[in-house]
Each structure stands twice: as C-alpha cells, then as structure tokens.
Write a protein that binds this ligand. Structure first.
Ligand code: CA
Length: 226
C-alpha cells in the first residue's frame, strides 16, 4: 500500500513515515503541497495523510487538487487545530477522517487502515494459499503456524502477489506498490526481493511458486503436493 504523507514539520513527518514504513507501507513523504502534487501525478497513491497547515498552501486546497487527480483518494487530515469548525470543514471537504495533534502513531495507522478498507480496496485481513497464511494486520506470514522471517518489503511483495493469485502483476505495478519515489535506487531491487522471497517460501515448504513472465511481471501460483 502506498501512502502520500504531506507534513511540513520535519520531525513529525519522519516519525510518521518511519512508523508506516515499518508497518509495511510504501511512503512518499513530502513537506510542501507542490511536492505532493508532483508525487501524485507520477504515481497512484492508495491514500493521503495530510497536514492542514502547510507553508505553500492550505491543506484543504491541496486535498481538492489531489482529488482532481484521483477522485477516490482516501484522505486523513492531521491537524493541530482542535476547533469544531475545522473538523467540520475537513469532513465537509471530503476528508475521510481526521486526527488531532498530538496523536498516537498506532491510532493514526488504525485510522489509515480503516479508511483504506472503507475505500473499497477490499483488502482481506488475511490471505491463505499453498500452506502460507498472510495476516495483513500484523504483516506476518506463517507456514503451519511457524512465522516466516520476511523483511517488510518481502512481506509487501507477498501480500501483493497473494491478493491476486494466478494473475500476472506487471513489474511496473509491483514497483509502484512497493517503492516510494525516494527508494528508486537499484533497478534490480524488485528482482532481488522476488529471489529472496522465493527462497524463503521454498524454505518454508510452501506450495507456492512465483513465476516470472519475462518482460512482463510475476504471478503467484499454487503448486502440487500434499
Ligand atoms: Ca504544519
């Protein structure tokens, strides 16, 4: 899941971004409205977490512009303004939820997951296939109750594959889902993550194979066996 985080206060931005990344989200974290719009033009975001008080524009106005790009974009407003007028204004402007500073990171994450669910991305809370269970809440995969030791990116990759078993997902789409703009480093990062995940699935004796469709992408298939 890819989240656009717009917060001009650097320490708060980094704290939120670190938390969400640890919890398996790809996060594009920016401090200005203009950067948020550039990021949203380049990539499809699953949600935006948006501070109201930004240096270059009002957060509400930014939300309107983001919605012109992605009309269904789920949005959570983060605000220090604890007045009822601002809350109503936020919800009237189409934000799905808001959270008042200071807030607990786990609460923000829970609200984010709630708006993502409501937004109809229809994420299941777990996927089960080929002897592997993936819990989307704890971000933990397990085989017969034994947890697999996956990095957060491998877990995110497994989740994307398990969501649509048997269907080819293009490399572009996987990269888009897994890597924020600032992560765009090695061109082989995705291939490397796929190889590692394959090894770990094999190590867990999963009846799952990640097939490579050359030049296109990958798909997850259930293999034979007991
Ligand atoms: Ca601010």
């Amino acid at each position: 899941m890819r989240v656009l985080l717009v917060e001009d206060h650097q320490a708060i931005r980094e704290m939120i971004a670190d938390h969400l990344r640890e919890r398996g989200f790809a996060v594009d974290a920016v401090g200005r409205a203009e950067q948020a719009l550039s990021a949203a033009r380049i990539a499809r975001m699953d949600a935006v977490v948006l501070d109201l008080g930004l240096p270059d524009t009002d957060g509400m106005r930014l939300l309107e512009s983001l919605r012109e790009l992605h009309s269904e974009l789920p949005a959570i407003i983060v605000t220090a303004r604890d007045s009822i007028e601002d809350r109503l204004r936020g919800l009237n402007s189409g934000a799905d939820d808001y959270i008042v500073k200071p807030f607990n990171l786990l609460e923000l994450e829970a609200r984010l997951r709630a708006v993502l669910r409501r937004a109809g991305s229809r994420r299941e809370t777990s996927y089960s296939l080929g002897g592997i269970l993936f819990d989307t809440v704890t971000r933990q995969a397990s085989a017969s109750g034994k947890p697999l030791d996956l990095t957060r990116r491998e877990a995110a990759l497994l989740e994307e594959l398990m969501r649509v078993p048997g269907r080819v997902i293009t490399k572009d789409r996987l990269e888009d889902r897994l890597y924020a703009l600032e992560d765009a480093g090695s061109a082989n990062a995705l291939e490397a993550a796929v190889s590692r995940l394959r090894r770990k699935l094999a190590g867990a004796e999963a009846r799952l194979a990640i097939e490579t469709k050359w030049g296109i992408g990958y798909r997850l298939v259930e293999t034979g066996g007991a």
